[in-house]
Design a protein around this ligand. Structure first.
Ligand SMILES: O=P(O)(O)OC[C@H]1O[C@H](O)[C@H](O)[C@@H](O)[C@@H]1O
Length: 487
């Protein structure tokens, strides 16, 4: 059966259009691929347009943030906050931590904390609530701030560049909220941690050196949960869990480098994905986690994949005339069954899907009856995943149009025996390496994002036109109308 067992994760690729031997014949992996993988894992692969190394794999190396022998600043901060020893400026222990960040400085930590929360090592935990705020419109702060107490709340300003307007706008609102309760110096000294690659900007902002966490420039935002950006995961779950997550990812790194192509989970995900895109013209991939703890996975993978490989330019600057990365979308599978699955089963459009399946779940802390019921629910969810992927692939028909299910929609099943910090780390690393491999196939630089930069530049000009009345040349009627309305 077409099944690969990798570290903490299996790939069942039974429902793909071609066999593995046909697939490897069409493979466009260059001869240098083995070397490129090595370089990636050692942090020696280069991002040519931004002229720096790609170092997210190094960020999860044993001695990066969590080091058992030396106590790193990261570890000290986590221990102090989780044990209730971190006091605010009025002497009260911190009870709430808010991660202010966006994109990679939000999605990875948010997903990781949600997925691994139940593994929290409670021995050291006093009562720490971890919250996430990303949206530039202030909607999340609007809801969250009234539930918090400025004297017992600490803010993590998580921004690789320490210059992203979304995050800075949230920080500015928080400062206004804090003002009536705490003085500025006290707030900065006791209620703020900065996480960034740009230490100077943290210094300029007034964050004390001891509360600054830095990470390498070569760790891309969408690859940064393994670095100090993962602080909120460690705060929600404890250092031990964070470390296990890194270990799971490292095990997948090793598998990626060492396993032969036919046994290599990320490489096969990449090759089947490229085949579906190029030969079958399928322009989208639905990510369908069948475990609520992984609900954020589709949003996370949207950034990882689409920001990396949604490009029309080769790494050397030449134009591309072939399709590249697909549109990534999806949602929690069991809930999706009651919503968008109708279109998947009987709509006109082609798609490929990844089913993420967790076979079993333990529920310590519950009575045996409740634990049994929860375990049965997990099996119910697995049964549903199996049923829907079957129907999507084999289809069904009784001869009437109403009961016509065309099928032939390819899918992978990514299966974990259990969701653990290790299997979670391995799953995310597998997707990272899949995206890397596809970048190699399509000859893309997967590590820049010029489209995002362009959008930011236009937004800054429009905001300036609204706030300061600056004139915009070449402006269309619709945009001019709305700018004038806001002035
Ligand atoms: O961490 P920051 O520097 O604030 O960046 C946050 C996000 O900004 C941009 O949108 C980039 O395209 C993302 O890759 C990045 O994750």
């Amino acid at each position: 059966m077409p099944l690969i067992k990798g570290p903490h994760l299996s790939l069942d690729y039974s429902y793909q259009h071609i066999t593995i031997s046909e697939l490897t014949k069409t493979s466009q992996l260059p001869d240098s691929f083995a070397q490129l993988k090595q370089k990636l894992v050692k942090g020696e692969f280069r991002n040519p347009t931004e002229n720096r190394p790609v170092s997210h794999c190094l960020a999860r190396s044993i001695h990066s943030v969590v080091d058992k022998k030396k106590s790193t600043r990261f570890c000290d901060i986590v221990r102090k906050l989780r044990s209730g020893r971190w006091l605010g400026s009025t002497g009260q222990p911190i009870t709430d931590v808010v991660n202010l960040g966006v994109g990679g400085s939000d999605l990875g930590p948010l997903m990781g904390a949600a997925a691994l929360n139940e593994f929290a090592d409670d021995a050291t935990l006093h009562n720490l609530n971890v919250h996430f705020v990303s949206s530039m419109d202030g909607g999340q702060l609007h809801k969250l701030l009234p539930t918090l107490d400025a004297e017992t709340t600490l803010f993590i300003i998580a921004s690789k560049s320490f210059g992203t307007i979304d995050t800075l706008a949230n920080v500015a609102t928080v400062r206004e909220w804090v003002k009536p309760v705490l003085n500025d110096d006290g707030w900065l000294a006791h209620h703020v941690i900065g996480v960034s690659s740009n230490a100077q900007r943290m210094v300029d902002y007034g964050i004390p050196a001891a509360h600054q966490l830095t990470f390498g420039e070569g760790v891309g935002g969408r690859y940064s949960l393994w670095s100090a950006i993962g602080l909120s995961i460690a705060l929600a779950t404890g250092l031990h869990v964070f470390e296990q997550m890194l270990a799971g990812a490292r095990a997948m790194d090793e598998h990626f480098v060492e396993a032969p192509i036919e046994q290599n989970i990320p490489v096969l995900m990449a090759l089947y994905g490229a085949y579906n895109r190029e030969q079958r013209g399928i322009n989208n991939l639905a990510i369908l986690p069948y475990d609520g703890r992984l609900q954020m996975l589709p949003s996370y993978l949207q950034q990882l994949d689409m920001e990396s490989n949604g490009k029309q330019c080769r790494y050397d600057g030449e134009a591309i005339d072939y399709a590249t990365g697909p549109i990534i979308w999806g949602g929690h599978g069991p809930n999706g069954q009651h919503a968008f699955f109708q279109h998947l089963h009987q709509g006109y459009d082609d798609f490929a899907a990844d089913f993420i399946i967790v076979l079993s779940r333990h529920a310590p802390g519950f009575s045996s009856n409740v634990a049994d019921a929860l375990a049965a629910q997990q099996r119910l969810s697995v049964a549903n995943a199996l049923a829907h992927r079957r129907l999507m692939w084999f289809g069904s028909s009784d001869g009437t149009p109403r009961n016509e299910y065309p099928g032939k929609h390819p899918s992978n099943a990514l299966v974990m025996e259990e969701l653990t910090p290790e299997s979670f780390g391995a799953l995310i690393a597998a997707y990272e390496h899949k995206v890397f491999t596809q970048g190699v196939i399509w000859q893309i630089n997967s590590f820049d994002q010029p489209g995002v930069e362009k959008g930011k530049k236009i937004a800054t000009e429009i905001y300036d036109a609204i706030e300061n009345g600056s004139e915009l040349s070449n402006i269309d009627e619709s945009t001019a109308y709305w700018i004038n309305k806001l002035r």
